[in-house]
Design a protein around this ligand. Structure first.
Ligand SMILES: N[C@@H](CCC(=O)N[C@@H](CS)C(=O)NCC(=O)O)C(=O)O
Length: 281
């Protein structure tokens, strides 16, 4: 029996009690230190990390390049475990201190929130947004509203919380499975989220729900009976096989096999020349 918790009249921050992310989670916003962001040679300057939210954007950039658009970009690594997101330059780019954030130095526009970055790029290049734009935005916004239940809710309590508590795991598993079922039913008669055309909706949803059913995040595929969502698994595998997706997953990645880590990307040749296994010490 867990001892009952009675909330105090006014909540007081206990910095020791934040679980796995205690060192980066704070109840206040803003910069903790001065740090100017680096600036590369391309118009698009991405500051990110290869988490599901970060990978959405690097997949889009690599897809744009693969499709022949002039979307060359510099991708700088933001080490959120070290608090880089609280540097003054990063906070100027994103006052919410979360990756991904981007600067389009061709017009000085800052862009934060992964969904906003996907839409900005789709509009800038006129690509990966189908004729039925509203249906595409339905699913893009669906993802932005739903993924926090999967990641911050289910993933946090199933994988990261310091102890396994049944109540939040049951609650968020119910919601995660409901969301998987929404996607599975939708994909039963469609190749991609918006029909026959691959779009920013697929690029947004895949790094979360594709990764869960392919057992890449949370090691929860069996627990969630992911194999039973057959249409979703078929869609996830098809997207996984795209070369641009394979490249997008490597950018700003700082963990896992060294040949899969391209911590910074400034040129297409970096995938051959500058993965971590080739960087030496
Ligand atoms: N809604 C935001 C979420 C971004 C987000 O949660 N980023 C995480 C990594 S996946 C982060 O930067 N966390 C650092 C922190 O919380 O301090 C988006 O989609 O861009």
């Amino acid at each position: 029996m867990v001892e009952e918790y009675m909330p105090p009249k006014v909540w007081v921050w206990d910095s020791e009690n934040g679980g796995k992310f205690a060192n980066i989670n704070r109840p206040i916003s803003g910069a903790t230190h001065e740090k100017v962001l680096p600036q590369g040679k391309h118009a698009l300057q991405l500051h990110s990390l290869a988490t599901p939210n970060g990978v959405k954007v690097t997949i889009m950039l690599e897809e744009l390049l693969a499709a022949g658009y002039d979307a060359e970009y510099d991708a700088w690594l933001v080490d959120i475990g070290e608090g880089d997101q609280f540097g003054s330059g990063f906070v100027e780019l994103n006052p919410n201190s979360k990756i991904p954030a981007m600067l389009d130095s061709s017009n000085g526009q800052r862009i934060f929130e992964s969904g906003s970055i996907l839409l900005y790029l789709a509009e800038k290049f006129g690509a990966f947004i189908p004729d039925n734009r509203t249906e595409c935005l339905n699913w893009l916004f669906w993802l932005m509203g739903s993924a926090p239940y999967l990641g911050g809710g289910f993933g946090h309590f199933y994988k990261y919380a310091p102890e396994k508590y049944q109540y939040p795991i049951d609650r968020f598993t119910m919601e995660a499975k409901r969301q998987l079922d929404v996607l599975d039913k939708h994909l039963a008669d469609k190749r991609y989220m918006c029909g026959g055309e691959y779009s920013i909706a697929d690029m947004a949803i895949w790094p979360w729900y594709g990764a869960v059913v392919l057992n890449v995040v949370y090691e929860a595929a069996e627990f969630l009976d992911a194999a039973s969502y057959t249409h979703l698994v078929r869609w996830a595998e098809e997207i996984e096989a795209r070369p641009a997706v394979q490249r997008g997953k490597m950018v700003n990645r700082s963990w896992g096999p060294e040949e899969g880590q391209l911590r910074e990307r400034h040129d297409a040749s970096d995938f051959d020349l500058h993965t971590q296994d080739k960087m030496g010490d």
